[in-house]
Design a protein around this ligand. Structure first.
Ligand code: HAX
Length: 423
């Protein structure tokens, strides 16, 4: 048994008991109401289910198990996964134990690569990535145990087992897709002595003499890990997993939502937008030129990618973390300068336009410029990186949902006629 599983085995009975008592004593207390406008507005702001892995404060952004994001940007993705699941950071023995467990499950079945090779050469990397995950559903331990008749109390253990096996493979799957899709030659074998992000850097084989690209990927994979439960990808994964579909089905479903331009695909759209500005002005424009470019975009009826958010009402701390990294490591780069220039202009422009409730940048506004700087220039690949990381949050949420016996998701929809009669 991994030390991570041991820790959860200790915690779960206490949390089960605590929640049982909470429901027993306060089960009828109201925590939210729903207005007619909300029913027509993507359920915005309705507090209707629980996610303890992380929370998002409109004024402070992402808080992971009580830790404001900017206070833990130094931790490894492996550490953040342990934190999401258990509420505390692993000690060095627990960290090594988890990394060792990952290294046992690096192998991606050959049929996955064969399947991906049959796709059209210009397939979107997210399609390839999600298909790869779905194909590996064949390997699900949860599914096999369910078919054998496992007890409900054991569900979480096999969700965790599938989750760890899947997480072990994701940087390898992602890097293999990068090499296949962009003609980078044969796949490279993973190295069990490298950390999760280090293996990714090793496998895509972008030269990294300073080690800064490795540091960027550690930060990148850490920052994107989770964003509470109500965003499109987490909620989709939560819903699918609630039907007892295994983590391969549920993560793939969630990531199909992440592939939308209003969600995770915004990082690709954002760099596209920045490169367009660069081409248009043959370099970094002046503030006035940038302002005019943003207004032209808005006046053509399009959103400014990387800005706005359904919950946040402040600059996203994930954006701040990336900008801090860029300011430390990148000097005299037009693309990064355009990104910082946009931060000076866009909030003002969006506020003047008066539509967006949050004029501030989100996570996707800065990440692409850093990847581009280090030589990862194929921007239609960027959402795959987001996905490799976000799977951690989805899996951590799923483990707890099954541990707590949360039933199948089934909110009630109503008809417009019903609303008119009822109000
Ligand atoms: N540029 C232009 N207009 C914007 C805008 C932006 N960046 N953000 C919001 N608006 C507009 C909306 O399109 C909406 O217009 P309509 O009334 O004409 O429909 C209006 O402002 C009100 O929207 P809102 O309530 O502020 O925002 P929503 O909660 O509906 O949507 C979005 C949140 C993130 C989808 C939105 O801000 C957006 O489209 N942003 C650009 C795309 C983007 O960066 N997405 C990534 C978000 C972070 C994420 O999930 N990453 O994975």
């Amino acid at each position: 048994m991994t030390l991570l599983k041991q820790e959860l085995t200790n915690q779960i009975p206490k949390v089960r008991e605590d929640i049982k008592n909470l429901i027993h004593e306060n089960g009828e207390s109201q925590i939210s109401t729903v207005s007619v406008a909300q029913a027509y507005s993507g359920l915005r702001g309705i507090k209707a289910f629980v996610c303890d892995t992380s929370s998002v404060s409109p004024e402070k952004g992402l808080i992971i198990r009580g830790n404001p994001l900017l206070e833990i940007t130094h931790i490894l993705p492996e550490e953040v996964f342990f934190l999401l699941l258990t509420g505390r950071l692993p000690n060095s023995e627990e960290l090594t134990d988890l990394q060792k467990e990952y290294s046992k499950h690096f192998k991606i079945p050959d049929y996955v690569w064969s399947l991906l090779e049959t796709l059209p050469g210009d397939s979107h990397p997210m399609t390839m990535f999600n298909l790869g995950i779905l194909a590996m559903q064949h390997e699900s331990v949860f599914r096999k145990k369910y078919d054998e008749g496992m007890a409900k109390s054991e569900y979480w253990e096999h969700i965790l087992e599938d989750g760890i096996r899947l997480l072990a493979k994701l940087p390898i799957l992602g890097a293999g897709i990068y090499r296949m899709r962009f003609g980078k030659g044969d796949r490279i074998d993973p190295d069990p002595n490298l950390d999760w992000s280090g293996n990714f850097v090793h496998l895509i084989d972008i030269p990294d003499p300073s080690g800064d690209f490795h540091k960027l990927m550690q930060l990148y994979f850490m920052l994107h890990c989770d964003h509470e439960g109500g965003n499109v990808s987490a909620f989709a994964a939560h819903t699918v997993a609630s039907a007892l579909s295994d983590p391969y089905y549920a993560v793939s479903a969630g990531l199909n939502g992440l592939a939308g331009p209003l969600h995770g695909l915004a990082n690709q759209e954002c760099l596209k937008f920045v490169l367009k500005i660069h081409d248009h002005f043959s370099g970094a424009p002046t503030s006035e030129e940038l302002r005019g470019f943003c207004w032209d975009r808005l006046n053509s009826g399009r959103v400014i990618p990387g800005y706005g958010h359904a919950v946040l009402r402040c600059p996203d701390p994930r954006f701040t973390a990336f900008i801090n990294f860029g300011k430390k490591h990148i000097h005299g780069d037009d693309i990064f300068d355009i990104v910082t220039g946009l931060f000076d202009i866009v909030p003002e422009v969006l506020t003047e336009q008066g539509k967006a409730k949050n004029p501030w940048p989100n996570v996707d506004a800065a990440s692409g410029s850093l990847l581009y700087y280090y030589g990862l220039k194929q921007f239609n690949y960027y959402t795959v990186l987001f996905s490799i990381s976000r799977a951690m949050g989805m899996i951590a949420q799923m483990v707890w949902e099954r541990a707590l016996g949360i039933p199948i998701t089934r909110p009630k929809s109503v008809t417009t006629e019903w609303i008119k009669k009822t109000i």
